[in-house]
Design a protein around this ligand. Structure first.
Ligand SMILES: Cc1cc2nc3c(=O)[nH]c(=O)nc-3n(C[C@H](O)[C@H](O)[C@H](O)COP(=O)(O)OP(=O)(O)OC[C@H]3O[C@@H](n4cnc5c(N)ncnc54)[C@H](O)[C@@H]3O)c2cc1C
Length: 297
């Protein structure tokens, strides 16, 4: 806990806030004070934050909309850099969508459909940013970022790099552009002219989400990655775990693939339930589930 005694002496200057509750920035609504918290409004500001932290040896976490995060409620002594609405411009030129990392996937997906394009309609219900989507290679209903991602501009080792995306840069819920290996700043996505069905598909996916997913409770989406040839939700349900609770954390009775916060769940409630689910599913099926949710403590 190297910064605990220093929280009132902010080494980053006035644009960086101190002791900001992580629960206000995560879809799980869980998480204690982030020692330092910044929302840069330019690539230059982002770069100088990264180098200032490196210079003084302060740990860094880059986050987007916090929709895939479980953060300790004891607080984390680090600089959290949130790439969100301050770095969220986007534009559409022909079939090319250019979007800053902080733009919301749901927004650019809907705007691309409004502009007569197809290729991102599966993303309209994903509550993350473009940067978080690239880091996670977010996907749904047969679509994934990888299919449309043309180029990524990112910071690595203090250098701003633009790279044309290659096939093996992204895989199932992983990417070479994910923090800490890179900080995504902006992206280009190559979409295609709408075949006339994009809006209908988008509305259909939204309806399916509402019907199947417990979006009425705070969560981080699917808790576990899909194991090869199977579904985490089905395995959890087969292990009889629907509705299992630890404190305020519960395996959703609506969709077993989601752990939901049904009332002031703590970090330990969710982390404990994740472990319990892994253990019981392994006992029942011999399959070891791997969390998709990123845990920061
Ligand atoms: C109700 C609900 C439904 C969901 N449905 C889906 C779904 O259908 N499909 C799906 O794939 N996911 C889904 N998710 C999970 C989540 O929305 C995605 O993983 C999303 O891509 C995370 O984006 P974020 O901006 O919230 O990233 P965060 O949660 O803030 O961060 C996630 C990871 O990305 C890294 N990261 C974030 N921004 C950057 C950046 N600019 N550069 C480098 N690394 C970065 C972080 O360090 C972290 O490791 C769902 C979540 C919820 C709550």
């Amino acid at each position: 806990m190297i910064f605990t005694d220093n929280r009132n002496m902010n080494p980053f200057g006035s644009t960086v806030r101190i002791n900001v509750p992580a629960k206000d920035y995560t879809s799980f609504r869980i998480g204690g004070p982030m020692a330092y918290f910044a929302e840069p409004g330019s690539v230059e500001e982002l770069s100088s934050l990264l180098s200032a932290a490196e210079k003084i040896g302060c740990p860094v976490y880059v986050i987007g909309n916090g929709s895939n995060l479980l953060i300790s409620d004891k607080g984390v002594d680090a600089l959290f850099i949130r790439i969100g609405s301050n770095l969220a411009d986007y534009s559409i030129n022909g079939t090319m969508l250019t979007a800053d990392a902080g733009a919301l996937l749901s927004v650019v997906a809907k705007e691309s459909v409004n502009a007569g394009l197809a290729g991102l309609e599966w993303a309209s219900g994903i509550p993350g940013t473009v940067g978080g989507g690239v880091a996670m290679n977010a996907g749904a209903y047969g679509g994934e970022i990888k299919q449309v991602l043309h180029s990524v501009t990112f910071i690595r080792n203090g250098e701003l790099i633009t790279k044309r995306v290659e096939l093996d840069d992204l895989g199932y819920r992983k990417s070479t552009f994910a923090f800490p290996s890179a900080v995504v700043v902006s992206t280009e996505m190559e979409l295609r002219p709408d075949d006339g069905g994009a809006r209908k598909r988008m509305l259909d996916y939204t309806a399916r989400r509402r019907e199947k997913q417990p979006i009425e409770f705070p969560s981080a989406g699917s808790t576990f990655k899909r194991p090869a040839g199977n579904y985490a939700g089905a395995l959890i349900e087969q292990a009889g775990l629907k509705g299992t609770r630890i404190g305020g954390a519960m395996v959703s009775p609506k969709h077993a693939g989601f752990i939901v916060n049904v009332g002031n769940a703590s970090f330990d409630d969710v982390a404990g339930l994740i472990e319990l689910v892994k253990e019981k599913v392994f006992e029942n099926s011999g399959i070891m589930l791997d969390p998709e949710v990123k845990i920061i403590r």
